[in-house]
Design a protein around this ligand. Structure first.
Ligand code: GDD
Length: 360
């Protein structure tokens, strides 16, 4: 059993200028505490190893250099796996996270106030440099809003977080992608009382951010996986609904094109446009919504999807007809009946897709 109290895990890529500075800052913030700093570097070849070595006789810091793998999230996982402290704190190397917050964050864990603590820009007392442009702020806010239902934390995007190391074992099936490893650990681990500590997020002075557009797309894919993990049915239904919405657009475009450019009538256009739209829906549900289901033969699956879609359409149309023929309220409010018909048809299609078409 190690007597190290706090392991600070820092992923690095080309941070040679920041390494000595963060070591000094952490060391002075944790004066008198037993701690270790673990850098996980992706073979920067910029002198990072030497920088850590030069400082390691005064400050307990070491560096793990990875040559086979790359990426912030997997680097963080590697660091946590190598950590020996009772508590793990993950932070960036670029000095944007104040090391003075480490101690109060760990205190929240020690006193059982929280079992996961995020260094937060967005709670009272938290802040960031005020030269963030409109688009950077909007980007950060949208990314944050998208993650809020997953964790009830105001700054789920933060790369500064702390938890008790033993709890890492409770994180089931991590699928790290992009930058948001803190969010994934919080969502997948057995954390019941996550909380936040206000920080001032300072823009980096040395080196460059590696947050690219690609990372932002990876974030969306990652979010999809996390929603699927936390709310499997709701997330399938939402994806099924989004695919259905795009299918409706395909259906309408073809329907109008057939009438406008080929002079076909309403019924024939309707009957033709159904097929490409249903095929579109089948393809994207196979590719996105139900990716983890059994991969049955394309033609068989397409046929069963078309069959259940036709049945769903009949349910939709039947509901509308019955409501507008026999229920006085809906005779007056046909649009409401139409919406109910669509929902009934969609609910039916969803159930059939889950149970019969895309078998578990
Ligand atoms: N090992 C390794 N491999 N480290 C990496 C890699 C990589 O591929 N990419 C980035 N890092 C390290 C950087 O060296 C830095 O220490 C830290 O990860 C954060 O990377 P930055 O590229 O500086 O991120 P950022 O400042 O743009 O983004 C920060 O803010 C976001 C919220 O606005 C990070 O803290 C994010 O985690 C945070 O979500």
């Amino acid at each position: 059993m190690s007597d190290i109290k706090i392991s600070i895990v820092i992923p690095t890529y080309k941070e040679v200028q920041n390494i000595p500075l963060i070591c000094e800052q952490v060391s002075s913030s944790l004066d008198g505490q037993s701690f270790e700093i673990i850098f996980v570097d992706d073979n920067s070849e910029d002198g990072s190893c030497e920088a850590v070595k030069n400082i390691s006789d005064r400050i307990p810091a070491r560096i793990i250099v990875r040559t086979e793998e790359r990426g912030l999230s997997t680097a963080v996982i590697r660091g946590i796996e190598e950590a020996k402290g009772k508590y793990v704190v993950v932070m960036d190397c670029d000095l944007s996270h104040p090391s003075t917050a480490i101690q109060p964050m760990v205190e929240k864990l020690e006193t059982n106030q929280n079992d996961f603590v995020v260094g937060s820009r967005y709670i009272q007392g938290g802040s960031f440099d005020d030269d963030w442009g409109f688009f950077r702020l909007l980007n950060s806010k949208i990314a944050t809003w998208l993650a809020l239902p997953l964790c009830h934390i105001k700054d789920p995007m933060s790369g500064f977080f702390a938890f008790e190391r033993e709890k890492f074992e409770t994180c089931a099936h991590l699928t790290p992608a992009g930058y948001k490893i803190g969010l994934e650990i919080m969502v997948k681990g057995d954390f019941n009382t996550p909380g936040e500590h206000p920080i001032h997020f300072k823009d980096r002075e040395h080196g460059e951010s590696k947050l690219s557009l690609k990372e932002q797309f990876l974030y969306l894919r990652h979010l999809r996986r996390l929603y699927k993990f936390k709310y499997p049915t709701v997330s399938e239904f939402a994806q099924f609904g989004i695919v259905g919405g795009t299918g409706f657009i395909v259906d309408s475009l073809i329907y109008f094109a057939l009438q406008l450019y080929f002079g076909l009538g309403h019924n024939l256009s309707r009957a033709i446009s159904f097929w490409p739209a249903a095929t579109w829906n089948w393809f994207w549900n196979r590719t996105i919504t139900f990716t983890d289901r059994k991969k049955t033969h394309h033609v068989t699956q397409w046929l069963s999807f078309i069959t259940t879609s036709l049945a769903g359409f009949a349910m939709n149309f039947g509901t509308y007809t019955v409501l507008t023929s026999y229920v006085p309220f809906f005779i007056e409010h046909k649009f409401s009946a139409l919406i109910i018909g669509v929902l009934v048809g969609m609910g039916f299609n969803f159930m059939m897709a889950r149970i019969f078409v895309f078998k578990p």
